[in-house]
Design a protein around this ligand. Structure first.
Ligand SMILES: *Cc1c(COP(=O)(O)O)cnc(C)c1O
Length: 400
């Protein structure tokens, strides 16, 4: 672990779709909670190094903001999915080690070197392409070798990896990491997890001297598994529970609030929204909230196939009702005293006890998808240590 950089880097601002007052959705990302989560994972994984997976815009939480906050906390190794993400992060973190999980696309090896990014090499063909570049340019920026131990997605087969091990160790290919990925890490008793761990441990012996990495968020919590040299948490950093079915050891990170556009009183027989899927059987009061599926709020949250998701209005949990539109959703606030909910107020869609995993369960998906779909129309606020140091990146910065 590199020593904390003496002077913290400022959290970079971002382009915003409007000011907070102008926006239908307000998304608050608690960078202090992300840092706390990283520290929790780091302590749990020690003496392994704790990297940070920041692909997909840091799971919707802001690549360069999260990357900078974690670098300030001491993180030195980052994983992204694509070259472009790596380049974006590199612009803010000149010294970080950045691995690109999807590897070398044809012809892109020089771009990796140019931005000092490390590809995760997933096939022998990629290795050959990378080797050719390394040989031709003397570039020694490092690369990871990914071995498929049972996911059947990316990676060399264990046989391929075993066959080239001595060559990798004796010649200088610049391989700086041996990694594999668990398919069922959140299911500790799954036979595939045990098989993957065993296979990877055996392979690792052939690659002695090269750091090894296997665990994602849930992998860090597997019993009886040493986390090896580097762990690669993503989802847990952003508050999703790495131990489903058990208490969540992570702090919540994301708060999503939606603006109340109007309050409406329904009488018996009135229907609401597209398809008229809800019809009032008596008096019902609803709030119309300015967040819809066009903001990444899943249309399936309206509960046509199960229980609808809930939203917090003035401290009360209220169920959605009717269909979710592109730009708004409707909430049954009949349980609230009249006059409490008002136009211009904010309803909480994520946060205050509604976590991403709960919303995911109500919408038939996983916390990962809830996070990575967080809409681009929300005004984003990155909260650092204390509320007064919030980075409000509204008009201050630019639409560059
Ligand atoms: C996305 C990803 C991770 C992070 O997984 P989480 O479950 O989000 O912790 C780690 N390793 C690889 C190869 C990945 O693709």
């Amino acid at each position: 672990m590199a020593p904390r950089s003496p002077k913290p880097l400022p959290i970079p601002p971002a382009e915003q779709p409007g000011t907070p007052d102008e926006s239908g959705g307000l998304l608050t990302i608690d960078l202090a909670a992300i840092t706390a989560n990283w520290n929790t994972l780091r302590h749990r994984a020690a003496p392994a190094e704790c990297a940070a997976v920041v692909k997909a815009d840091a799971y919707g939480c802001g690549l360069v903001q999260v990357g900078t906050a974690l670098a300030n906390a001491g993180a030195t190794t980052f994983f992204v999915a694509n070259l472009g993400e790596g380049r974006q992060l590199r612009a803010f973190l000149p010294r970080a080690t950045i691995y690109v999980l999807n590897g070398v696309y044809p012809g892109t090896a020089p771009a990796f070197a140019a931005a000092n990014l490390r590809p995760v090499i997933n096939t022998l063909t990629e290795l050959a392409e990378w080797d050719a570049h390394v040989a031709a340019t003397d570039w020694r920026g490092g690369a990871a070798l990914h071995v498929d131990t049972g996911m059947n997605r990316l990676g060399l087969s264990p046989d391929e990896a075993a066959a080239i091990a001595s060559r990798i160790r004796s010649e200088d290919h610049g391989i700086s990491l041996l990694m594999s990925h668990l398919a069922c890490a959140e299911m500790p008793d799954h036979s595939l997890t045990r098989r993957q761990v065993k296979l990877f441990r055996d392979l690792r012996l052939l690659y002695r001297g090269i750091p090894a990495s296997l665990a994602n968020s849930s992998g860090i919590f597997l019993p009886d598994t040493s986390p090896l040299d580097i762990v690669r948490p993503g989802a847990a950093l952003y508050g999703s529970n790495p131990t489903p079915g058990q208490p969540n050891p992570m702090q919540p990170v994301v708060t999503l609030q939606g603006r109340i556009l109007q309050i409406r009183q329904l009488t018996r027989g009135d229907s609401v929204g597209y398809g008229a899927t809800f019809t009032a059987r008596g008096p019902v009061r609803i709030a119309v909230v300015a967040v819809g599926y066009g903001d990444g709020y899943a249309r399936s949250a309206c509960g046509e196939a199960g229980r609808p998701a809930e939203v917090i209005v003035e401290g009360h949990r209220c169920p959605l009702l009717g269909r979710i539109s592109m730009d708004m959703l409707t909430v049954d606030i009949s349980a609230l005293p009249e006059g409490v909910a008002r136009r211009g107020g904010m309803a909480t869609l994520i946060g205050d006890g509604i976590d991403v995993d709960e919303l995911a369960a109500r919408t038939g998906t996983i916390g990962y998808e809830i996070l990575t779909r967080l809409g681009r129309r929300h005004h984003r606020i990155w909260r650092e240590a204390a509320p007064e140091t919030e980075t409000r990146t509204a008009a201050a910065t630019t639409a560059a």
